[in-house]
Design a protein around this ligand. Sequence first.
Ligand code: TYD
Ligand code: MG
Length: 458
Amino acid sequence: MAKVQRSAFVCQSCGAVSTRWAGKCASCGEWNTIVEEAAAAQPPGTGLARAARGRVIPLEPLQGATEEAARIPTGLAELDRVTGGGIVPGSALLIGGEPGIGKSTLLLQLAASLARRGQRIIYFSGEEAAAQVRLRAERLGLAQAPVALAPETNLANILATLADGRPPDLVIVDSIQTLWVDGLESAPGTVGQVRAATQALVRFAKAERSALMLVGHVTKDGQIAGPKVIEHMVDTVLYFEGDRGHAYRILRAVKNRFGATDEIGVFEMATDGLREVANPSELFLGDRDGVSPGAAVFAGVEGTRPILVEIQALVAPSSLGTPRRAAVGWDSGRLAMILAVLEARCGVSFAQHDVYLNVAGGLKVAEPAADLAAAAALLSSLSGIALPSDRVFFGEISLSGAVRATAHMTTRLREAQKLGFKSAVLPQAGEIEEQGLKLSMSRVSHLKELAAALPACH
Ligand code: TYD
Ligand code: MG
């Protein structure tokens, strides 16, 4: 009987496989992301038939001798912080981000920093020609660093190069979406190709104890497979984010088998590459005049590090039937919730007003603890009364209007005091180590108290 060539329809965004094409992926809900791929995309050796005749493997107890993972410090303190103290040999790390955010710049700086300290680094550039990478190195003042460079996209060639000579300490592949594997029919960048290439590279890294760093582009249109489809195959996943209109870049760990997640590294994109920002609060507070209504400073914590950031609100009479609500750097669902709570529990109506909320400096705030600062900014803008410029806010608001305790309350207060803030509005509940804290604290248990106190707080 003739073998029927079967094909699968794979969502390039989430990797879900279906038997027929559809405009919208049933799994992740993205539109236009489903692409036909040859069914042979399944990597060899994963078929059930092969697993049938296995050998018995020795089972081990949980307890036993373990060695602390050795680490290569990167020389970039912010990167060390995010990875949990440096790169672990034999581990695979994925760094995702939108095109143009600075992934290649970061990796070139990392490669140069390690190469200068005697490590063997190979940089496979699938996206840029050697001349382009050289140009960037020159611009960054790193052209002298002994990084081995190869513009290559064929996986077989890459593996052969890696097997030649002493195994490198670090292999960089920029980007995983440009690689192609012989024998797979689908185009480079499709889920099948990206997965097969990652699998082979990870296998090499584990066997030779080379660290592996893969660049993965995040794309909105889903034409190429996103980093999501290989997140489960690597040890560490970092996302590089930022707003292209701003110079700040944030490196965030979303998965880390060798350290904590939600630690962030802060960089600033300058003309001579990425600079580390050791004190991000000063950066995000920026120039504040302290007289305009609608600005409130949120004392946030990212990972273990406190970050103070200004939350700005603009509440203006609306001429529209359905007033506008927009949030930049904050979840718009969260904004809608705060507005609803203010209306239902505190009797403050925004129904006739357009509402805009912005997190200064291009930072994205995900902490629920920012609720109270956002509410303060909204109330301040609505009432036209500026908040004292030396006051910080934090606290999570529940649907009942109650202000809930948040984690790291003392850390937030200490950072605010360090930066010269004089007062704080924070939840009634929750423990604080008051030792050495000179800030005047007003503790609130319900959002109503904030709403009532606002006209008086000038
Ligand atoms: P790049 O690292 O190429 O981004 P990615 O690899 O994530 O696509 O850097 C992109 C941008 O950074 C580019 O638009 C120019 C800017 N840039 C600087 O501002 N300063 C610099 O020193 C460098 C190298 C780049
Ligand atoms: Mg790049």
